[in-house]
Design a binder for this molecule. Structure first.
Ligand code: FAD
Length: 478
């Protein structure tokens, strides 16, 4: 089959003309990543309605040797879904919740269900699906699994990987692997589902998943805490974890510059604390017990921390509306950073005990490199993950600043590597960190990754050029 006309005719016959997009204005939204930083190109966009149609598309593309780039909500932050030729396979129409089973505590969903809709379906059944990201209204569960998304509930419930029991996957040759098991114990051979979780569309296309559900918390308490510095934040984290265990469901850190810009750009937002502090933490306790309200437990634990001299000041949400207002200070941070001009981002993790050292060393190194640069290091401190973002100096040209992306990546990633951390904590590798992965990964691990890719996708047609490339390199990274 020759690449374009025959392939497109076959796809159109099966999917219908409305679901094989070729007009430039229809294809355009699928070519650019969420921040508009990178733009790709593609032959067409196919929008299958179910797993059988998705398998048909992949099989025809395999015959025609045309690459396939899966897309869910296209909210990924590493340009993993930006096509560099080939066909975009949008999973958006696979949007059915197939089953909710409260007794098994599972939900079976197709890949195109948005994360918010998975949460809502669980909620309607009186259960919790805990994965939670600021992009949850648009990202889709297949994309969440393909990137092994993290978010704000990792501390208590783990990453997307920890929430999956079974998968249905279209393989590179178009065969469908039905691994939709709902088992909590299954040691029958290799655990294939975990190969596909976090593989960013390079090993297979996820079409459905069985996910774990949890009892819904009956109460939550949210506090906003002023602290002297990141070392005090770490001490507070240990203090709260020791007291609350699994009930400590979030521990997010916001630097003074982060709070300043959230307050500046959020209409109606007011400072949560009377005085300025060296750093801030947003903490959340949740409880499933009627006899142990989370807010009271949080208040007692923070009182103990104040007595121990760990905390300078703290405020607690007195209602659910106030809890949400405190959370908004954290959740709006990514968005308001755009309003401060260009920002160079690093999504990294280090062992918890090394977080203060990482923050001090990386901040000093970046500020020394470019006076006036504004470090905005925030995020999921409690699981060791920091979004070490750099806002451009006031008045500097945005494009000139963004042109320094690789230079600052090297500085920050060197510090991360030296501290035994990861250069990709939760957003993945995609295109923009591909060469960094090659640089910082143990050669044996890299060799295993390349062998896995060759075994599952021998012709290199699934999202080529992303995550790992054959030895000697692939197409240029961004
Ligand atoms: P896409 O962007 O469409 O795709 C991402 C990658 O997965 C691509 O490589 C694509 O090819 C592949 N892919 C997509 N669907 C499939 C499939 N069905 N099968 C195989 N491969 C597939 N991420 C976090 O981890 N934590 C956060 O806290 C977080 N916060 C965010 C906040 C904002 C405001 C934004 C814009 C993004 C945030 N992200 C976060 C990043 C992003 O939302 C997540 O990576 C999300 O999981 C991507 O889902 P998606 O459906 O948009 O995937």
């Amino acid at each position: 089959m020759s690449a374009s006309p025959d392939l497109l005719a076959a796809l159109t016959e099966r999917l219908g003309a409305a679901h094989v997009l070729t007009a430039p204005e229809d294809v355009a939204p699928y070519l650019v990543e969420t921040r508009g930083l990178h733009r790709g190109h593609a032959l067409a966009v196919a929008r299958p309605a179910d797993a059988a149609e998705a398998a048909f598309v992949v099989a025809r593309c395999a015959e025609a040797r045309v690459p396939v780039v899966a897309q869910g909500g296209n909210t990924g932050l590493v340009s993993g879904g930006v096509p560099q030729g080939g066909l975009v396979l949008s999973l958006a129409r696979l949007d059915r919740v197939r089953a909710v089973d409260p007794l098994d505590a599972t939900i079976t969903v197709e890949a195109g269900v948005t994360l918010a809709d998975v949460q809502a379906a669980a909620d309607r059944a009186g259960m919790l699906f805990p994965l939670s990201l600021a992009s949850e209204g648009s990202c889709r569960i297949g994309g969440n699994l393909a990137t092994n998304a993290g978010g704000t509930a990792v501390l208590a419930y783990g990453n997307a990987r920890d929430l999956v029991l079974g998968l249905e996957v279209v393989l590179a040759d178009g065969r469908v692997w039905n691994g939709l098991k709902a088992l909590r114990k299954d040691n029958a051979g290799y655990d294939l589902k975990h190969l596909f979780v976090g593989s960013e569309g390079t090993l297979g296309i996820i079409t459905a998943a069985v996910l774990k559900l949890f009892p819904k918390p009956l109460s939550r308490g949210v506090g906003f805490v002023g602290l002297a510095d990141p070392a005090a934040a770490l001490a507070l984290f240990a203090h709260l974890r020791d007291r609350a265990g699994h009930d400590l469901t979030a521990f997010e850190v916001i630097p003074p510059f982060g709070l300043e810009i959230v307050l500046r750009h959020t209409p109606g937002a007011t400072p949560p604390l009377a005085q300025a502090h060296g750093t801030y933490a947003l903490v959340e306790f949740s409880s499933t017990r009627t006899d142990a309200p989370a807010a009271a437990a949080l208040e007692a634990a923070l009182a103990g921390a104040i007595e121990a001299g760990l905390v300078e000041d703290a405020t607690l949400g007195a209602s659910e509306a106030q809890n949400q207002a405190l959370w908004a200070l954290r959740e709006n941070l990514s968005e308001v950073q755009r309003r401060e001009g260009g920002s160079i981002k690093h999504d990294v993790s280090v062992p918890l005990s090394r977080l203060p050292k990482f923050l001090a060393t990386a901040t000093q190194a970046c500020e020394a490199e470019m006076p006036g640069l504004r470090v905005c290091a925030f995020g999921h401190f409690g699981d060791g993950n920091i979004h070490f973002n750099l806002s451009q100096p006031v008045g500097m040209d945005r494009a000139a600043f963004l042109a320094q992306w690789s230079r600052f990546n090297r500085i920050v990633h060197d510090v991360v590597h030296a501290l035994g951390g990861s250069i990709a904590a939760e957003h993945g590798i995609g295109l923009i960190k591909r060469d960094e992965l090659t640089r910082y990964t143990d050669p044996v691990a890299l060799d295993l990754m390349r062998r896995l890719k060759a075994a599952l996708d021998p012709d290199g047609l699934l999202n080529p050029g992303k995550v790992v490339v054959p030895e000697g390199g692939g197409p240029p990274a961004l």
